[in-house]
Write a protein that binds this ligand. Structure first.
Ligand code: PEP
Ligand code: MN
Length: 340
């Protein structure tokens, strides 16, 4: 790294920079009266990306608090609600029903990332107000997607957690902006993102000052067309080896079919997911977005019953608290950090 210093910088100040002993860095100054450059070498290890998200950096698991819900702690967290907020009645009916069935957080899209510009784009601010009302009525903390850096403050005013959608996982301007909000962030995996790219996207948030990050596997693109996406279950287990951040699974977008959601949800808990995010609609056949993958209210209640205590216990037992010395992945971890 070359640091060019201002002409008025004193010799003493230059010596101070050159004298940096931390982070295995070595520095030397070169120049004349009008211009000085300081070359800094070494510290490759300290300069490696993905340090903050890694278990190498932080062995104990991060618990993200969203209101009184703790993601990454003992309890499996279930976030449920409609793909899009469509009306007051639709949202409040769903919010009360998912709460009765055992969900601990509410989801609902206000700004929708639609493939076609002619599809329903979300109710925007009106939806945010409805989400805040649903939160006030049910006590369920709310997560909703933010698409645009310009909307971050407004969304943060109404929602308890901000979602970065799959299509925006590498929107670095948005990530940098979200790093400066006081709200926790739900970071979905991009449809074609590798685990490395996903964790480095999370690194933007941590490096920028927001350590309250939850990862979400929501299926990736593959040759298979029978499902909307391919649920990468091993990625959930792998991310738990590599990172201290909580990771949840979205079986709705991963499968695109409501019939597959309960099975995919169970599988997700089996590989150690810290929670689920599920699309639920009172009338899925008439939903304005993602109807085919949305459970109806009774279907969600049945799924919650089927996930009941035994499975939750199995999921947690399979995920006995990892001790740092047990993490074989740490020796392999070097290679993950050897990014081009
Ligand atoms: C959603 O949660 O409704 C959504 C659009 O998800 P994803 O970004 O994973 O496609
Ligand atoms: Mn959706």
């Amino acid at each position: 790294m070359i640091v060019n210093v201002l002409a008025e910088t004193t010799g003493e100040e230059i010596e101070h920079i050159v004298g940096i002993k931390e982070s295995e860095l070595r520095a030397h100054a070169k120049g004349n009266a009008s211009r000085t450059s300081i070359g800094i070498v070494g510290g490759e290890r300290a300069a490696q990306p993905c340090t903050l998200v890694s278990r190498e950096c932080k062995a104990e698991r991060t618990v993200v608090e969203v209101g009184d819900v703790r993601i990454g702690a003992e309890e499996i967290v279930v976030i449920a609600g409609p793909c899009s907020v469509e009306s007051r009645a639709q949202l409040l009916t769903t919010a009360h029903a998912v709460k009765r069935a055992g969900a601990t957080m509410l989801r609902g899209g206000a700004y929708k990332p639609r493939t076609s510009p002619y599809d329903f784009q979300g109710l925007g601010l009106e939806a945010l107000r409805l989400l805040a009302e649903a939160h006030a009525e049910t006590g369920l903390p709310v997560v909703t997607e933010v698409l645009d850096t310009e909307d971050v403050d407004t969304v943060a005013e109404y929602a308890d957690m901000l979602q970065v959608g799959a299509r925006n996982m590498q929107n670095f301007a948005l990530l940098r902006r979200l790093a400066r909000t006081p709200r926790p962030v739900l970071l979905k995996r991009g449809p074609s993102a590798t685990i490395k790219e996903w964790l480095l996207a999370a690194e933007y948030l941590l490096a920028g000052g927001n350590a309250q990050v939850v990862l979400c596997e929501r299926g990736i693109k593959s040759f298979e067309t029978e499902m909307r996406n391919t649920l990468d279950l091993a990625a959930v287990a792998r991310v738990r080896e590599l990172s201290h951040l909580p990771v949840i699974v979205d079986p709705s977008h991963a499968t695109g079919r409501r019939s597959l959601v309960p099975a995919a949800a169970k599988a997700a808990l089996g590989v150690g997911a810290d929670g689920l995010i599920i699309e639920v609609h009172p009338d899925p056949d008439n939903a304005l977005s993602d109807g085919p993958q949305s459970l109806d209210l009774a279907g969600f209640a049945r799924m919650m019953q089927s996930l009941h205590e035994p499975l939750r216990r199995i999921a947690r037992a399979a995920d006995a608290p990892a001790r740092i010395e047990d993490l074989a992945c740490l020796t392999e971890y070097g290679s993950m950090c050897d990014l081009p």
